[in-house]
Each structure stands twice: as structure tokens, then as C-alpha cells.
Design a protein around this ligand. Structure first.
Ligand code: FES
Length: 139
């Protein structure tokens, strides 16, 4: 038996740490996926920059619109997020439960992420944050 993948892997890792038998718990699943879009805004010239300098939440709105146009908005949630601590690589987007991190996402990328990843199941390679880059940086 191999390593558990996706949500099962997360439950396995957390369950192991807490010594909890997650198989005995009935989880409620409200959504199939969550797309978290950083809408954090900082003052101009901030050393780390920010994902939404205009403060318009345009990227999150584009994801919501794209999901609604495809009738997916009841199963897939596009949530505004505060800083995801990957500011230098933003605008930052992360998709759960698979924990796929995207960087430098623009509105022009939204349909590709929805079609290829959210519907098709294959993350958009050209937008992925390289492994190990998604790391905490001191403020
Ligand atoms: S401001 Fe978007 S990740 Fe920090």
C-alpha cells in the first residue's frame, strides 16, 4: 500500500499527529474544492509588495464569474484570502484539497485554471510555484 494522496494524505498526516482515527469521523463536505485567491493590499512601496495593489479583488471576482458561467459555483468555492505569505510570487492562488499553489496569476489565466485544473484535474504547470518556493518569509 502506497502513501495516501490528496485529502486522505492530509487526514493521515493530521490524524497521525493527533493520534486520531479519522476513519471513525463522518466529515461534512460542503464543497468539492476551495480556490483561495489572495486579495491582500499593502501600501505602495512595501518591501514585499502585495497581490491586489488596486484593492479591487478583480482576480477573485474573475474566478467567481468563471465558475458561475460553468454552473460550478455550488460545488467549487472561490474565496477571498488574506496574505498567503507568498507575496513576492503573487498574485497567489491555492487550490484545496490538493494544495496546488499558483503564482503570478492574472485574470487572463483564470479560464485555463478552471478548464484544465478544476474541471480536467491537471494543474496548469506554467503557473505552479516551484516545490520549496512556497515558504514562509519573515516580515
Ligand atoms: S500579499 Fe498575497 S501572498 Fe502575501
Amino acid at each position: 500500500m502506497g502513501r495516501p494522496q490528496g485529502p486522505a494524505r492530509t487526514r493521515h498526516r493530521i490524524g497521525h499527529r493527533l493520534d486520531t482515527d479519522w476513519a471513525q469521523i463522518n466529515f461534512v463536505t460542503f464543497f468539492d474544492k476551495h480556490i483561495f485567491i489572495c486579495c491582500n493590499r499593502r501600501e505602495p512601496g512595501h518591501v514585499r509588495g502585495c497581490c491586489d495593489p488596486a484593492g479591487a479583488e478583480a482576480l477573485q471576482k474573475a474566478f467567481k464569474k468563471a465558475l458561475a458561467e460553468r454552473g460550478l459555483n455550488r460545488r467549487i468555492r472561490a474565496n477571498k484570502a488574506g496574505c498567503l505569505d507568498q507575496c513576492e510570487k503573487g498574485p497567489t492562488v491555492v487550490v484545496y484539497p490538493e494544495a496546488v499553489w499558483y503564482g503570478r496569476v492574472t485574470e487572463a489565466d483564470v479560464n485555463e485554471i478552471i478548464e484544465q485544473h478544476i474541471i480536467g484535474g491537471t494543474p496548469v504547470a506554467r503557473l505552479l510555484m516551484p516545490e520549496g518556493e512556497a515558504a514562509h518569509k519573515p516580515r
